[in-house]
Design a binder for this molecule. Sequence first.
Ligand SMILES: [Zn+2]
Length: 195
Amino acid sequence: MDKSIFILGGTAWINLLNTTYISNKQKIDILADSSKTLQWLEANDLLRDSDALALENKELLDSLIKELQSFRNFSKIIMSDLEQHGKLTPNTTNELIKLVEQVKVNLTIVPNHDKLVLAPVGTTTEDHVLFNIIDSIIHTLENTSVNRIRKCEHPECILYYVDTSKSGRRRWCSMELCGNRKKVAEFYARKKKKL
Ligand SMILES: [Zn+2]
């Protein structure tokens, strides 16, 4: 399995949305596999060392996976709001506010190069992961124009991404996964026509 799929959306909540995808016409769910879920969390930089240790407890990991599944559904609602209205509906905004109010964070100071940065950290692993996903939603809404949040153009692909390219003309979730196979298909379609 190609691990780049864990982060190709460009931000945590879209990467969460992308934890279901189609491969060889089959629907794959990363969250259905706890070890893959751990790899996904690591790849998205959502775990502190203490969280990685805490998640060795199976019950805790299972409960986090349930949270991620329901948060994935919520991310779908956000995406569909953006697709249909270009912004969040009042209902979704209220839901987001409710979710934020349940997440408990403390403040800490982390050294970053020569500077000190004030940073929120989750009280528990679950809080920490959810806080960072919510943070990614707010960051996207604040900094990304909606037309740069897109679904891959390949008809059999359901992955989303933020187009951070300079030209803003990215068409595929990734060249390796979809761009090339689409080009190959087009090439053969043209060839067939000529025959
Ligand atoms: Zn794709």
